[in-house]
Design a protein around this ligand. Structure first.
Ligand SMILES: [Zn+2]
Length: 172
């Protein structure tokens, strides 16, 4: 780094310290030319991810917003806050791995629903009804039927049935 005193471009780092939240790294540097010390700050580049809505509009991806939607779907359901955060984290990791910084609402919905489906069917249907924006009652029924179809196709069908009964007892 260019020394602010003598403009030489030769220094050594004498100390590195990360800020408490891990977002900034502060480095003490010593100029090898004039021997004076100066400080540099290194910051993580904030990468905004965009959500592409069905009408083509873009809005910034919000972890908070997704978690809020998920929490609403999981209200009074036996899904721990930690599990809900895991779902959001899973989606974020998917996002970080991709080249383009965009994801469609449809893809977010599908990814989250895939995980909810295995956790809790009530939460799954609630979330699906918001994200899929079912155009009519017919498509909603179709979704439910595919969900039920998946249960009966399960080779461990009996276990699944028992789980369903158990869930019915706890339904609101
Ligand atoms: Zn210098």
């Amino acid at each position: 780094m260019k020394c602010p005193f003598c403009s030489a471009n030769d220094d050594r780092v004498v100390d590195s310290r990360e800020s408490r939240d891990g977002a900034t790294i502060r480095r003490r540097r010593e100029c090898l030319e004039c021997g004076r010390r100066f400080t540099s700050y290194e910051q993580i580049e904030a990468i905004p991810y965009l959500v592409v809505k069905t009408d083509g509009r873009r809005e910034e991806f919000s972890r908070q917003k997704l978690l809020a939607g998920l929490m609403k779907a999981c209200e009074k359901r036996p899904i721990a806050a930690r599990q809900q955060e895991d779902i959001v984290e899973h989606l974020e990791q998917l996002l970080h791995r991709r080249e383009e910084r965009e994801i469609s609402t449809h893809e977010i919905g599908t990814t989250v629903m895939e995980q909810l489906r295995d956790l809790d069917q009530v939460a799954y249907v609630r979330f699906a009804s918001v994200y899929r924006k079912f155009e009519d009652i017919g498509s909603f029924v179709e979704e439910i039927q595919s969900l039920l179809g998946k249960s009966t196709e399960d080779p461990a069908g009996r276990g699944e049935t028992q789980t369903d009964d158990d869930r019915a007892e706890h339904a609101e």
